[in-house]
Design a binder for this molecule. Structure first.
Ligand code: HEM
Length: 221
């Protein structure tokens, strides 16, 4: 059983499972954030965020989420270092011949996504946890006013450009990550591979477009 944490295949498996969990998280987070542009009443989003931060189930989910991120990052680093050691540097470039365009840049897109995530967490999540976010009181209940926080940020053009660029790089990272996760789970054959390729394109386009539309609409409204 401990082999799953130490063997190369075990590490790949755990990384894939963590990756699939993050793939699902991105859809849920996107759905919630789309409320920002669907509803004019800011309290819809603020109340949902309030519910999320006070529910014990969501708190457990958050611990699993951050654990998933950590596991994914640590194993990705270990696998990357093992690959570098196993492959003499002169073969590095030649070996890309049968890998996809996106797989060549996984480490680069990962670093950009991680940088985005740290800035994003500082701006919203950590700011709120430290009690520095704006608040609004409705019917005697104190809510974090995430809507004002997000709208204030998305009225600044460089911020909008930074977010959209980050979503595009995230999409590149997911294009290979999505397919790779399902391949590790054994779906790499003539029947499933084409289906997974189409699903990856569909998922990544949806994520990049779905997230990008939020800053664009807020900036122009
Ligand atoms: C337009 C796009 C986005 C908006 C408006 C947005 C907004 C927010 C807000 C307001 C929070 C704080 C919520 C709270 O603490 O209850 C948050 C948390 C978070 N965001 Fe985003 N986000 C966006 C995109 C993303 C993307 C692309 C990722 C991942 C790559 C991401 C990852 C996270 C994580 C991990 C948290 C902390 C956990 C959570 O509260 O769910 N966000 N986001």
């Amino acid at each position: 059983m401990s082999g799953i944490f130490t063997s190369s295949l075990g590490k790949k498996l755990l990384m894939s499972l963590a990756g699939i969990f993050l793939i699902v998280f991105l859809l849920v987070h996107m759905g919630l954030n789309l409320l920002l542009i669907i509803y004019e009443d800011p309290m819809v989003y603020n109340k949902v965020a309030h519910f999320m931060s006070s529910s014990i189930l969501i708190k457990i989910f958050e611990i699993i989420l951050f654990g998933g991120f950590l596991l994914h990052i640590i194993y990705a680093l270990i696998l990357q270092i093992q690959n570098w050691i196993a492959r003499p540097s002169r073969y590095n470039k030649a070996n890309y011949s049968n890998t996809s365009f996106f797989s060549k840049f996984m480490i680069h897109t990962a670093i950009i996504t991680l940088t985005f995530l740290v800035i994003h967490m500082m701006d919203f999540y950590i700011k709120a946890k430290l009690g520095h976010a704006s608040e609004i009181i409705v019917d005697g209940v104190v809510y974090h006013d995430f809507v004002s926080e997000v709208v204030d940020k998305f009225k600044i053009l460089p911020f909008v450009i930074f977010y959209i660029a980050a979503f595009v790089f995230l999409g590149f990272h997911l294009m290979h990550g999505f397919q790779s996760a399902f391949k590790t789970l054994g779906m790499d054959n003539r029947k499933y591979t084409p289906v997974i390729q189409v699903l990856a394109i569909f998922y990544c386009t949806l994520v990049v477009a779905g997230y990008s539309i939020i800053p664009v609409i807020i900036y122009f409204s």
